[in-house]
Every structure is written in C-alpha cells, then in structure tokens.
Design a protein around this ligand. Structure first.
Ligand SMILES: [Zn+2]
Length: 450
C-alpha cells in the first residue's frame, strides 16, 4: 500500500476484511477515527469494531465491562507448548481541547509521510501493531511458540478503574498463566543525555495521592492571628515546592542508569554511576548539563501540591485548610514512608490522609528485556535501556496479578520529539514506522519463549 493509497481511502467504514493484518497503517487510521477521548472514553464503538475484525478472521473473543459503554476485549490465538504471551493496549486517548492542530485530530489524515491525530503515539499506534500482529498469527498456518493473548482495554488515561484495574480486581483468572506482556511505553528512539536509546519500560513509579489538612487559630479577619491554618499550609507548600525529598536508589534505577553508563563515553559514564551513590546524587543532578527532571524523579519520591481548599468567607480566618498532594513513590516505598519524609522536610505536622495508592512491584523481572532489546538494537544500532518510568501506565495493574509488562511499541521517530508530542497538539507518527514496528512486534512474539 502506498501512502497515497492510504490517503485516498479518506472517510470510509472501518476496515473489516481478512487482509487487515497487512494494513496496520489503515488500522491505525481507523482507530483514530473513533473519538475515544477520556473522559468520558466512549470506547464501545471502537472495541466493537475490533471484535468484528476478529470475527472476520474466525477468532472468538470475550468482553468484560464494569460500565457497558466501556468494555474491555480479550482473545487468544493458540500456539505451541511455550509460555503464553500477552499483547495489550488501551484504546482511550486524552482530550484535545485548547491545543493547536494542523489537521483534525480524529480524521487520521496522512500528510508529509505522517499519520496525524490523537493517539498516533499514545497508543493507537501500538494497538494497531498488536492487532495486525495478532490477526497475522491467526491467518498463518505456522503456530506461534505459545498461546498469544490480545487485550484491548478502556480507561487507561484516567487510571484504569473501568479498564485494566477492573480486570485484575474482578477477573484475575484471565491472567493466571501469564508471566509476561508487551504493552506501552517504549520501543521508540529517545535521546537520553546524548545517547540514542530505545527505552523499554519495565517498572514505574507508584501513584500516591495525599491530602494534608492544617488546623489553626481562626476568627475575625480584622485582627492579627498567629499559627493560622493558612500560614502553616503556605510554609509547608513553600518548602515542598523548593526542596527535594531524600534520595532512594532502587534496583530499577540502578539497572537503567548502569545500562546508560555502558553506552556513553567514560567521563559521562562516571556521572551516571555517581548518580547511584546517594551521597552524590543531588549534587550530580545539579551539575549535569542536560535536562535532568526525569532522572531526578527516578531517584526520589516526589510531591507536588496541586489543589488547595480552605476559607469560604472574605472576613473569616479559616480554621482548616487542606492541600492536595500528587506524590509519586519510587518502587518499594509506601505512603507512610513519604508522609514521614514530608513531616521531616517541612518540620510540620498536618493530618495526612491517603486518597489513592496504586502499589507497584519493588523490582522488575528483566527475563525478557535483553531478547526484546536485541530486536531493536539489531535493527537500529541504538541502545536498549530498561526504563523505570516516572509516570503511570496500566503496567502497574498487571503487576498486581504477577504479569511483567515490557514497553515495546517499536518506532523510529527520527527527530520527532515523542515526549513533547504525546498528549499534545499535532501528535503524529511516520507512516513507514508503523509497518516497521509491526514487524518487530511479530518478531518478538516468535522469539518469545518465556
Ligand atoms: Zn498510553
């Protein structure tokens, strides 16, 4: 299929034919045309279409839903005696409001050799690759080494409570035999401190939302007051905003920075190794001449004040003020650990409440990392890195049922800045790399022995 052909297709019914596995770019365009903006998601039409496509190939599927408008779909292609492998992705996307777009974000237009639209990077490109690979496995005579499961879920972008979170809570039996999965975040080229890396996400920080409530003297606002809730909150926020929490070196950070150190010249390698010495970490971060926000986040718990509530009348000093904190904990840390760190850092003693905690595994299982990494290295000459991620993905839900997720959506984006385009206006992906990535996923499935 040439690019022009794909463009000429224009608005049409979504593809339902038994050569769909040879047309991953059209699958991506079709996926983009379902407006699955979360909230509210509205993923049903998209999931139903995936079901129709599977039916066309003679593949049975099942759906599971907490909210009937937000189903999750599973299907299996039978393989040999090898361990089963899961390919999973989310079909919801983030909103486009207030963003500048050259093309309609839901038309799936091809121009300048790129597919444009919401989800071209996160992660309808991945869903298209997984779907095309899965359909190809079903169409071929040769069996994959083990069973291959496909899972298309709703609601990743808002935490997965209707998606993977729901499945692992209510249907853990779906994952009983599975040790490893291929999903998002990784497989694309990313410049990390001047190194051409192909990160493969293997672990992630843990979401921990807290409320800190301050109480103090209240009264009429025409008099001076000491030790007010407002004043205590302000001084707490000011400190949290300015200072780092203590350094934590986790095995996932070690694995990531050591593989970065192996890939750079000796002088720079020393810097990466020094990052892993807690006595030196903060000084090295301050001295590095690259953007280090991401590294910083991987070596500390973080806490960002995001919402303040308190006071409801102009002339009354409030008795109580609450600040909401979005904390992200490095693997292995618990809410009580970060609460203790916050008390120590700010020398204050508000009442803390844990609003949400999504625990993740203390360490990653790297069994498949090298095998998947080598597929990318052989093709690109880049360096694969076991990525600890600052943000959250559905990988954390899978970890709850003992499934290790590998972020593997292979893409060669050249100069396109993935991290700037994801969730932003003009999100786009090179057409050719969708086909290339699909081949790599297919290779990974065939090389997977578990
Ligand atoms: Zn995503």
């Amino acid at each position: 299929m040439s690019e022009n052909d794909a463009k000429a297709v224009g608005p049409r019914d979504p593809l339902v034919s038994t050569d769909a596995h040879e047309r991953p770019v059209e699958l991506l365009q079709d996926l983009i045309r379902f407006e699955t903006v979360n909230p509210p998601g509205n993923e049903k039409a998209c999931i139903d279409w995936i079901g129709e496509l599977l039916e066309a190939y003679g593949i049975d599927y099942a759906t599971y839903a907490r909210d009937p408008e937000r189903p999750n779909l599973t299907a299996t292609v039978s393989g040999g005696d090898g361990s089963p492998l899961l390919l999973y992705g989310h079909v919801d996307v983030v909103p486009v409001a207030g963003q500048d777009w050259t093309h309609d974000p839901f038309e799936g237009i091809i121009e300048d050799s790129h597919v444009w639209g919401r989800g071209t990077l996160d992660m309808k490109s991945g869903v298209a690759m997984f779907l095309a690979t899965f359909l190809r496995l079903a169409a071929e005579d040769e069996q994959p080494p083990g069973d291959v499961h496909l899972l298309a879920v709703s609601d990743e972008e808002a935490g997965g409570d209707d998606g993977l979170g729901y499945l692992v809570d209510e249907h853990p039996e779906l994952f009983t035999d599975i040790d490893h999965a291929i999903g998002e975040f990784g497989g694309f080229n990313l410049d990390l401190a001047g190194v051409d890396t192909y990160p493969i996400q293997v672990n992630e920080k843990q979401v921990c939302w807290l409320e800190a409530t301050f109480r103090g003297n209240s009264g009429h606002a025409s008099f001076p007051h000491e030790k007010t809730a407002m004043g205590q909150m302000a001084s707490f926020v000011e400190t949290v905003d300015r200072e780092r929490l203590p350094v934590h070196i986790t095995s996932s950070a070690e694995e990531m920075f050591e593989s970065l150190a192996d890939a750079v010249p000796p002088e720079q390698a020393e810097q990466f190794q020094a990052l892993l010495d807690p006595e030196q970490t903060d000084n090295v971060l301050d001295a590095m001449d690259v953007e280090t926000k991401m590294f910083d986040a991987l070596l500390h718990n973080t806490a960002n004040p995001t919402i303040v509530e308190g006071g409801d009348k102009e002339n009354v000093v409030p008795e109580e003020v609450t600040v909401f904190l979005d904390c992200r904990l490095v693997p292995g840390q618990k809410p009580e650990d970060v609460i203790q760190e916050l008390r120590g850092l700010t020398n204050s003693d508000p009442e803390f409440e844990v609003v949400r905690f999504d625990p993740g595994p203390p360490a990653a299982d790297l069994e498949m990392f090298e095998e998947f990494g080598e597929i990318l290295e052989a093709e690109t000459g880049g360096v694969s890195i076991p990525l600890l991620m600052a943000g959250a993905t559905d990988g954390r839900h899978l970890a709850q049922v003992g499934v290790q997720s590998y972020g593997f959506i292979p893409m060669q984006l050249d100069e396109l800045p993935f991290l700037d385009l994801v969730h932003s206006g003009d999100e786009r992906v090179p057409v050719e790399t969708i086909k290339w990535g699909t081949e790599r996923v297919y290779e990974a499935v065939h090389e997977y022995e578990g």
